[in-house]
Design a protein around this ligand. Structure first.
Ligand SMILES: *Cc1c(COP(=O)(O)O)cnc(C)c1O
Length: 352
């Protein structure tokens, strides 16, 4: 800290992302996709990598907005695109939440929400989950300042069914309800189908997980055109070009290659199911996952011990080390081969 810092710089409590180690490790700690992006994405980026890079990219991103709108049966005016969904989330906090009016999110959730709340001076009510870590919809009715949570929730991996989601939207007619659907492609269904029905619903998705493009930084929001307009106002007060030419070209190709996306998503879900079963056989309590990761604790061995022993064996998983999830590990689903390696190392630690 220094006397030159603004109160905002002093107030900030930055998010700490999962470790990125350089050595050759099995990386199951940041929910990246184990499969490469669609070949058409790489082709599109190569093609776009030309002398036009001297020119600014489109500030309105109309072409990519059209593609995304088409994919979800919406109009361009219902789509906002940002530099990763984290940026879209930050703009959403600025556009829809107000200092002095408390927002609600679950007590166990994506740890970026408290970071934004603090940065933008927004009060938050952290709502306790049920004993089994599921979300009680009624606890989110009639919020003062708005609602935000991931569905499926992170890091619990649990999905809240769409009828419950809709009840939360209905019971907050005067505030914005945001569902962060970073993992929804691995789950039952998205709330996108409700977007044209409710003016207070914002759905945020990312290409980082199911589209294998964490490195490209593309996230987007789907909602009523008046909500989208507010997001555009925030973006245009901050950076005219948060999404570059290469990212836009790659993202367009990714959205259009539905069959590759469906294949890789299905493979991850299939792997997730056998990995869950096998973890249970090894003495883990495993939450019912609808994501590309698993949240689990061992019956007798502490999460910290398992985390450090795996790390020593060159396998990285995510350990949060704070109550009440200090005995849980978050394990990203890799390829079948990677998960075989994971189990080989794990069985040396938890053998029974
Ligand atoms: C990964 C993740 C994001 C961020 O995704 P980016 O688009 O890579 O910024 C947002 N919300 C949740 C819940 C996530 O897990």
């Amino acid at each position: 800290m220094s006397k030159f810092w603004s109160t905002m710089a002093k107030r900030a409590v930055p998010y700490v992302p999962g470790e990125q180690l350089n050595r050759n490790i099995l990386k199951l700690n940041t929910n990246e996709n184990p499969y490469p992006p669609s070949p058409s994405v790489l082709e599109a980026i190569n093609k776009e990598s030309n002398r036009d890079l001297r020119l600014y990219p489109s500030p309105t991103m109309d072409e990519l907005r059209e593609s995304i709108a088409h994919e979800y049966g919406l109009d361009k005016q219902n789509v906002f695109i940002g530099n990763g969904s984290d940026e879209v989330l930050a703009f959403s906090f600025m556009a829809f939440f107000e200092p002095g009016k408390a927002i609600r999110y679950p007590a166990i959730t994506y740890s970026f929400y408290p970071v934004y709340a603090k940065l933008f001076n927004i009060d938050a009510e952290e709502i306790e989950l049920n004993e089994d870590f599921s979300i009680k919809a009624a606890d989110f009715f009639y919020s003062e300042g708005g609602v935000i949570f991931p569905n499926p929730n992170a890091p619990t991996s649990i999905f809240l069914p769409l009828d419950e989601v809709e009840r939360i939207v209905k019971k907050n007619p005067n505030t914005v309800v945001i569902f962060d659907e970073a993992y929804v492609d691995f789950a039952e269904e998205s709330a996108v189908s409700l977007v044209s029905k409710y003016e207070n619903l914002l759905v945020i998705q990312t290409m980082s997980k199911s589209r294998s493009l964490a490195g490209l930084r593309i996230g987007f929001a789907l909602g009523n055109e008046h909500l989208i307009e507010a997001l555009i106002r925030m973006k245009d007060s901050f950076n005219s070009y948060p999404v570059d030419r290469l990212a836009m070209a790659g993202a367009k190709a990714a959205i259009e290659d539905t069959s590759y996306f469906q294949q890789t998503t299905k493979k991850i879900i299939t792997t997730r199911e056998w990995v869950s079963e096998k973890l249970k056989q090894l003495g883990f309590y495993v939450l019912p996952s609808q994501t590309n990761f698993i949240f689990a604790r061992h019956e007798t061995i502490t999460a910290e011990t398992i985390y450090s022993s795996l790390k020593a064996a060159d396998v990285l998983v995510r350990y949060f080390g704070k109550k009440p999830i200090d005995n849980y590990l978050r394990i990203t689903i890799g390829t079948d081969e990677e998960m075989e390696v994971f189990f080989k190392k794990l069985s040396m630690i938890v053998d029974k």
